[in-house]
Design a protein around this ligand. Structure first.
Ligand SMILES: Cc1cc2nc3c(=O)[nH]c(=O)nc-3n(C[C@H](O)[C@H](O)[C@H](O)COP(=O)(O)OP(=O)(O)OC[C@H]3O[C@@H](n4cnc5c(N)ncnc54)[C@H](O)[C@@H]3O)c2cc1C
Length: 303
């Protein structure tokens, strides 16, 4: 018989209708391809299942970690104790509400949401095409690119708190700022978001999306595992320019390195450990600080 921890036994018994995977490797779920096994990972298929999972977690005195598409997470090599709730592809509906509004569930990828809007002839989500995360992760951290960001188009967000209750927050109540929302301090799970968009010919929207994708392919190391920009943009500058200026392109710790193609990206050259990435982030921040006096803050969420 396979050994189960007490937590695994309890959660399996208490959530009979929910897809649960025990000892699920995080490296399968992160774009860095890093991270050890999770004690239990749950895949809610409905909002009701999500609520049930959170209620059971509270009963077991366990605060679950929330996983979207795993494109902005550095997960520990030793794995994660307790429960991880995986939202990616689980809650994945999209609907047009009226001439200018769409509602998208948290598990939908940002790219799919952008394509959905483009097909309806609705402009505003072009910037999101090519961001590899989920809408839930994007709303949680106000993702953005090429001058656009979630806060510019998001009008309301359905958020579930850790007791399983749902409430609706307006854009103002989300308190979005650069790569940040209030959920980072308060917790809460993005279930869906409503976006307000502007009618425009679909061809024009697609052409902008293609242009942005070409710019990404030309400037980013998309052939290697990474979590996108490793550092937030410091006030008045760009992390990549400061890192490049400090001569750190190609700087390496174990299997992790500063990308040769884009100094703002840390890439996994093969077999990188979370500890390698952490050490590299710390070294880069220290060297840039000595070089320029600027403090770089990681954008990647370190679990
Ligand atoms: C090649 C590459 C390019 C990238 N380019 C960009 C870019 O241009 N702009 C940009 O902003 N980012 C970029 N990123 C980073 C990443 O895609 C975004 O930060 C994205 O928004 C993260 O979404 P995710 O679903 O992957 O979240 P995850 O990485 O799974 O999670 C990130 C954080 O969000 C939380 N979270 C996830 N889902 C939810 C939810 N439903 N409710 C509450 N909390 C949740 C997690 O707990 C975690 O703290 C890039 C990444 C890569 C690998």
């Amino acid at each position: 018989m396979t050994f189960m921890t007490e937590f695994q036994q309890k959660i399996t018994d208490l959530l009979p209708g929910v897809e649960l995977r025990l000892n699920e490797p995080m490296d399968k779920h992160t774009s860095f391809r890093i991270g050890g096994p999770v004690e239990a990972m749950a895949f809610p298929k409905t909002v009701q299942q999500l609520s049930e999972i959170l209620k059971v977690s509270a009963l077991l005195d366990s605060k679950p970690a929330i996983l979207g598409a795993g494109t902005n997470i550095l997960a520990p090599d030793a794995g994660v104790k307790g429960l991880v709730v995986c939202m990616k592809d689980c809650l994945d509906t999209m609907e047009q509400l009226d001439a200018t509004h769409i509602r998208v569930s948290a598990g939908v990828s940002m790219t799919r949401a952008a394509v959905f809007a483009a097909n309806l002839g609705l402009s505003g989500l072009e910037f999101a095409h090519g961001i590899p995360g989920s809408v839930g992760g994007g709303v949680y951290m106000n993702a953005g690119a090429y001058g656009g960001e979630i806060s510019q188009v998001c009008t309301q967000v359905d958020v579930m708190d850790m007791t399983g209750s749902l409430r609706t927050l307006s854009c103002e109540e989300m308190a979005f700022s650069y790569r940040h929302s209030r959920l980072e301090e308060e917790g809460g799970i993005v279930v869906s978001a409503v976006f307000v968009l502007t009618p425009k010919p679909a061809e024009e929207i697609r052409s902008v999306m293609q242009d942005l994708m070409t710019r990404r392919k030309n400037s980013q190391p998309l052939d290697l595992p990474s979590a996108g920009s490793a550092f937030k943009r410091p006030v008045g500058g760009y992390a990549a320019a400061l890192i490049d200026g400090a001569g750190l392109k190609g700087y390496r710790v174990g299997g992790a390195a500063v990308s040769e193609k884009h100094a703002g990206f840390v890439v996994n050259l093969g077999g990188a450990k979370a500890e390698d990435v952490k050490q590299l982030l710390s070294d880069v921040a220290d060297i840039v600080f000595v070089d320029t006096g600027v403090h770089l803050e990681p954008e990647v969420r370190i679990w």
